[in-house]
Design a protein around this ligand. Sequence first.
Ligand SMILES: Cc1cc2nc3c(=O)[nH]c(=O)nc-3n(C[C@H](O)[C@H](O)[C@H](O)COP(=O)(O)OP(=O)(O)OC[C@H]3O[C@@H](n4cnc5c(N)ncnc54)[C@H](O)[C@@H]3O)c2cc1C
Length: 523
Amino acid sequence: MTESHTPVLVVGGGPVGLALSCLLSDQGVDHVLIESHPGTSRHPKARGVSARSMEIFRRLGLETEVRAAGLPAEQVHFYRGCDLVDPDYTRNGLAQEPGEGPEHTPSPGLICSQDALEPLLLRRAMELAGSRIRFAARLVSFEDDGLGVRAVVEDRATGRLDHLRADWLVGCDGAASTVRTGAGIAMEGPVGLGRYLSVRFEAPLGEVVADRASASYFLTVPGRGGFMAVDNDRHWIYQYPLGPDAETDPTDNELLADLVRTAAGIPDLDVTVHDTMTWRMDAQLASAYRHSRVLLAGDAAHVVPPTGGHGMNTGIGDADNLAWKLAAVTAGYAGEALLDTYEAERRPLARQVIDISTANATNRAGYRIDDELLLTATYRSAAVIPDPEHTGEHGVLDPSGCTPGCRPGERVPHARLTPGPAGVTSTLDLVGPGLTLLTADEDPRWQAQAEAVRQAGVPLALQAVRTAGQQEADPGQWAHLLGADHADTALLVRPDGHIAWRGTIPANPTTLPALVRRVLADR
Ligand SMILES: Cc1cc2nc3c(=O)[nH]c(=O)nc-3n(C[C@H](O)[C@H](O)[C@H](O)COP(=O)(O)OP(=O)(O)OC[C@H]3O[C@@H](n4cnc5c(N)ncnc54)[C@H](O)[C@@H]3O)c2cc1C
């Protein structure tokens, strides 16, 4: 056996592990990712990629590619009918239609199947980390000695076992996580809320749905399930609930093709079944997100009922929250306690997402997909210095809708900008890989404070919403979002786009460095 070392070992090359790898590379963190399968997922499980995930992909330079791989925005509708040819069908859209009401994001969500998304993430991860992305490599076991972990990794092509020493281990290895079990972290919450069969098939349905193209086609006949569009043409998923006595994984393709024909309402439909997947609806949350040198993200930390399309998106948000914290800790300018804020910020959010999605699952009247739910996240933790007067009226998420503001803990609000340098068209584009001090106008009085932070070894960029070459598309919007004292006010923005502190220019040049040390748990 050989032994090598890496600062961070990511286990799992699903959407969350791959997103984490891209984000770690973006933060300059050397890491290794291992994935037990030889390739990415072939089954289009998740399809709803929410606005918050698209904002993260935008930061990674992936937004255009993901959008090109998804369904056109005008097809993001939800159909209800007894079959696909029902003349009395109904159709509705997202809870907030694009272009309806104020614009809250530069990157609205879309439908892009997981089997199309993962190769895009993999390609970017490999561009950034090269051979340190290892597929067909399985974590067999690990030991944690409090200073790091020693992992045993199997090369699945040769069966060879290697030791890999890592300072930090992140389990992105899905619901049956080996990492979670090895760390002794329990899952809490109900399992088996339903069991479903997903049939991936090909059939010429493009013309059939041309006047009713939707993302999902829910069938109103009890027990019949629904169709999920992959391309709204030839590629589809038919999904239906399995009864308690059904065989585990029906494999008779002719029988499945007949089920598809019946559900579609087209007896002579030419159907080719490609593969099937059975899945169970669970609603579980890990009792902890960190144990010693081990952290969990994605389905390893929370299993969300898919009713609402939040599971993968919540995991991508975990990756975004964790990547910059690991970067700061491994680079040595943050204290290890910063990593405890990961659980403090993300676990209550997952709790709310699970509760909302479980309520959706039992909502007989149907529900509308909330693309903006995850934009409403307001973190309360030691990595956020709260406004004294802000007590927080709701949970981490606000299901009543997005009310953009500039309070600590919130994601920096989107204001559209006239195109500035290198395609900067939103205030979100001003957030860098280090900390960002965001002011309304270029203001040299902040320079000395920013310089003092940099001198202490913390990467910090000074950015202004309005510069000689760039301004708000809607004049006055930033002042409105920020509040009346905008001339002097700056936001200290974390690399995940959340506001760590908001305040006016301090008289003492050591004030901002002290605030930054507090946010970074660097005592
Ligand atoms: C029918 C359905 C519809 C869904 N729709 C949506 C949706 O619209 N939107 C949404 O956000 N979510 C949706 N989800 C949820 C989404 O699919 C999951 O949340 C998502 O796949 C989780 O990603 P992950 O990377 O955390 O885990 P996974 O996708 O499970 O990936 C984990 C990876 O870890 C690897 N692995 C496991 N053990 C090891 C090991 N020991 N060593 C190395 N590698 C290992 C696995 O091979 C796997 O590739 C849906 C789920 C289902 C079932």
